[in-house]
Design a protein around this ligand. Structure first.
Ligand code: ADP
Ligand code: MG
Ligand code: MG
Length: 877
């Protein structure tokens, strides 16, 4: 029989789909014999049913009542009992954790009738403190009253009493506050705060169901690629009271440092407080080690529990706990979020500890994390002005204009740093839009920190020297005032805030991967990077042993080629030649365009030849022994001419001729115009010159004792006859060059028609390389240069796209073209070598697709090479 409610004792950690992450892990802790308050989980299925039908399943009420009686029995207290009331917490928790969504209501069951009973148990002050918390949490979660309404009332009372923090408020103060909160509640809802505990419980459970579909929850899921149809589970459990005086408190703990991965006991502790105080970052917390001094017994018990959990989950766990009158209670655990650096360090540590093997370690890191570790850091050699420091909550180096409001941050153009006292879930749009986040309050577990780490945003929080004035749109730090729009820089690795925009230096991981012989630390930034670079190196090496996909690089210069090689590229999959026509050579291209007749064209090409040859010699030397796939000129020629506006006042004859040429060559859709192979066929001699330059460069390299392995790649082919013409001409040219090695001739597959006729094309091509950028724009029929700024954001919002198809390959559409071309290409020419050279070659999700599609290699920008190596290894696991 289907049940909608599971007791904690009846679930386990593998039931996340049904019980959500929080519920499954509460069940697991209960099984492990850890001290978890009794409770039950309402399943995600009940939530889905409620969201679909608009009413909860009929059985739910009765099932909850049965399980509630079990809690009452265990706690020896009754829900709604005025003498000694049982109170409950109701907490959301879906399959994937969505930290900071904060759909939690604590202290359910308090009413005017039961508050006295609670006072008899824990004191007047405590009871009124719980009651005011309940009204505000219930008010905001169930009735949608703005938190600030309650916070302002609390702040006003603090001011009136002249106290700095809540614990200084007396019982009478809090009782008065409850009255005020009730008025706020009534003003907003038109009814009094519900005095029936059962109504409070049922109302909260349904509100948690509904919270699945709030705007901010949707936004978060979209950013994290979490499906929208899972629903959330709801956990109902007996309250334990961290706010019951000095022998009580609440905290969070990590079994390893979530920022660096270092072993040890990390976390924050807040005496005499209820859980949400820690997460909200409203009061300053103590480091967890302090608990050893305050309550040794509980501290030891906590450390033992952490050990049990680490062994069970075989990973970093984070934990929420509460101490009530010297007794420890575990309220939550999960495999903890961590920075990219910590992910690598912990995976390698666990291998060394014999807990997991290298395969498992590789599963636990990913290319996106590696990519983040390769971000540059600030170069501090100019001694920039430090204006504040705070908690290094999420690493990275971000410069941007200070903005003090999330809406304005979301609407701003250009990089911004969102500056707030503290953040809450309403700040999500601004946090998503910002390069970096800076707060003046809260620790490593504050909302800002947790969310920023999850999103990979740079974050410094709890910078106490900052006086943030959101209304005035400024902050003060000592004598410095920063106004909205001023440039600041935040270093999430060190926690330092600087005035102005800072130059950046390469990350230690990059310098390690590049094998920088002088891997000297930069101004202390690299301190402690040893374990990180070694972990990255080991996991990459392991990925290399597993992967089937080759990884090459897109590189046009000897410098890029050399860098790519140091990053582990096994050749160049795309060497573009158009960059070689820029700079001073532009004049030659202009002459080429203006040339009259074959002879003049020939003369210009003669001049270009030695220049191109020298380019190729450089690149071939840098990639000696490895394949270098050189693509003949691709973009429309007029891209090399000055823009029309510049020529309008044409005076000289040359300028007038250029103007005429620009007008003549104008195309309405240049990306669908005279470019690629079409240009090569339209300007006789252009491709031949490039082919000659390649052949002669290779011959020179051979004579110099090198092992050049150039390949010639023809862009924008749509029909085999185009390729046949170019091939015949190229072979004629190459045949006349002594000492040139055999040079394979292949084609890009980027016009949809080429994919559809791949079997024919393979007859003339020794290799294929998917140009997925053009293939995507031509198959979709929208311009990659324009969509970003036009309707793409809307499409992402509407859910037409989950990610931009230019970022992650669209498996259903473009993917099918690729699969077809692979099948028919290899059918016509067995063993045909096939790669990909669009941006997608370095995108983790796309790499998995290319692995599945059985390509031979991906080619991507040099900095993505390690990412592609890692993901290709992971795809092969
Ligand atoms: P989030 O997912 O945002 O952390 P939680 O559901 O974990 O929200 O709850 C918010 C806070 O309330 C946490 O600090 C948690 O430890 C605390 N809390 C939840 N349930 C209880 C309980 N039964 N007794 C005491 N504190 C609780
Ligand atoms: Mg929690
Ligand atoms: Mg292209």
């Amino acid at each position: 029989m289907r049940t909608y409610v599971y007791d904690f004792a009846d679930g386990d950690k593998d039931m996340k789909d049904l019980l959500g992450g929080k519920g499954a892990n509460l069940a697991e802790m209960t099984r492990l014999g850890l001290p978890v308050p009794p409770g039950f989980t309402v399943t995600t299925e009940a939530c889905r049913s409620y969201l679909a039908q608009g009413v909860a399943p009929a059985e739910l009420e009765e099932e909850m009542a049965v399980h509630l009686r079990r809690i009452e029995k265990t706690m020896n207290r009754a829900f709604g009992d005025p003498g000694d009331p049982l109170l409950l917490s109701v907490r959301s928790g879906g399959r994937f954790s969505m930290p900071g969504m904060m759909e939690t209501v604590l202290d359910i069951g308090l009413t005017d009738a039961t508050v006295a009973g609670l006072a008899a148990f824990g004191g007047e002050r405590f009871a009124w403190d719980c009651y005011r918390r309940l009204i505000s949490m219930y008010g905001s979660t169930v009735e949608g009253i703005a938190d600030s309404a309650f916070e302002n009332a609390l702040a006003a009372l603090r001011r009136e009493r002249g106290v700095a923090c809540d614990p200084e408020l007396s019982a009478a103060d809090l009782r008065e506050l409850v009255g005020t909160y009730k008025e706020i509640f009534r003003a907003h809802t038109g009814t009094g705060f519900p005095q029936d505990p059962a109504e409070q419980l049922a109302g909260t459970v349904l509100a948690v169901f509904r919270s699945w579909n709030t705007e901010r929850a949707r936004l978060y899921r979209r950013a994290e690629h979490i499906p929208d149809d899972l629903g959330t589970a709801v956990n109902v459990m007996a309250m334990v009271y961290g706010n019951r005086g000095p022998g009580s408190g609440t905290g969070v703990a990590f079994t390893r440092d979530p920022a660096t991965g270092a072993r040890g006991v990390y976390g924050d502790y807040l005496p005499d407080a209820q859980g949400e105080d820690v997460v909200a970052g409203i009061r300053d917390t103590l480091p967890l080690q302090e608990l050893a001094r305050l309550d040794r017994r509980c501290f030891d018990e906590l450390v033992r529990a952490m050990d049990v959990l680490e062994r069970r989950y075989r990973d970093l766990c984070d934990i929420e706990f509460t101490i009530e009158g010297g007794r420890l209670w575990m309220l939550q655990t999960r495999v903890g979020k961590r920075t990219a650096a910590a992910a690598f360090v912990i995976a390698a540590q666990l291998v060394d500890e014999g807990v997991i093997d290298l395969d498992e370690a590789l599963r636990r890191v990913d290319g996106a994390q590696l990519g983040r570790l390769m971000f540059p850091r600030f170069d501090l050699s100019g001694s920039p002005e430090r204006i504040a420091s705070g908690v290094p909550a999420s690493p990275g180096a971000a410069s941007g204009r200070a903005v003090f409001d999330s809406r304005r941050a979301a609407e701003a153009t250009g990089p911004v740093i969102l500056v707030r006292r503290e953040t809450n879930p309403d700040d999500l749009p601004g946090m998503l839009a910002a390069r970096g986040i800076l707060t003046s309050r809260g620790g490593k577990t504050s909302h800002a920190a947790v969310v920023a780490r999850g999103m990979g945003r740079t974050c410094v929080c709890g910078a106490g020297d900052l006086e943030v004035d959101p209304e005035g749109r400024l902050f003060r730090a000592g004598s410095v005032t920063v106004r909205e729009g001023d440039m600041i820089s935040v270093d999430g690795t060190t926690g330092t805030v600087y005035l102005g925009e800072l130059p950046v230096a390469p990350s230690p991981v990059v310098r390690h991967l590049e094998g920088d012989p002088e891997n000297a630390p930069v101004d202390g930034l690299d301190a402690g990077s040893g374990p990180l670079v070694s972990a990255v190196g080991r996991l990459l090496a392991h990925a290399d042993t597993l992967r089937r996909l080759g990884v090459q690089a897109n590189a046009d210069t000897p410098e890029d080629a050399a860098r790519a090689r140091r990053f582990g590229a096994a050749g160049i999959g795309l060497c573009r030649t158009e960059h070689m026509f820029l700079g001073p050579r532009r004049a030659l291209v202009e002459r080429l365009i203006l040339a009259q007749g074959e002879q003049e064209v020939g003369a210009v090409l003669e001049e270009l030849l030695p220049l191109q040859r020298a380019d190729f010699i450089g690149v071939l030397a840098a990639m000696d022994g490895l394949p270098v796939t050189i693509r003949l000129i691709d973009p429309p020629l007029h891209e090399f001419l000055p823009p029309l506006e510049e020529l309008l006042g044409a005076e000289t004859a040359r300028e007038r001729a250029l103007l005429a040429a620009v007008r003549r060559m104008h195309e309405s859709n240049p990306m669908l115009g005279l470019r690629g192979v079409r240009l090569g066929l339209a300007i006789p001699g252009l491709f031949a010159m490039q082919v000659r330059a390649i052949g002669e460069a290779a011959a020179i390299r051979v004579r110099d004792g090198g092992t050049p392995r150039p390949e010639i790649m023809i862009p924008l082919v749509g029909d085999v006859r185009e390729l046949a013409l170019v091939r015949a001409e190229s072979e004629r040219v190459l045949a006349g060059i002594d000492d040139a090695p055999p040079i394979p001739i292949g084609t890009m597959i980027e016009v949809p028609r080429a994919a559809l006729t791949a079997g024919d094309i393979a007859g003339q091509a020794e290799f294929f390389s998917f140009g997925t950028n053009d293939l995507t724009q031509m198959t979709w029929g929208f311009s990659r240069d324009d969509v970003e700024a036009s309707f793409l954001p809307q499409y992402l919002r509407l859910g037409v796209f989950e990610t931009s198809p230019f970022e992650t390959i669209d498996r259903r559409g473009i993917g099918r073209l690729i699969e077809l071309a692979v099948k028919e290409g290899r059918g016509a020419r067995p063993g045909l070598r096939i790669g990909v050279c669009g941006e997608h070659g370095g995108d983790p999700d796309s790499v998995w697709f290319f692995h599945d599609a059985d390509l031979d290699y991906v080619s991507c920008s040099p900095y993505r090479v390690p990412v592609a190596r890692l993901e290709a290894g992971r795809a092969a696991l």
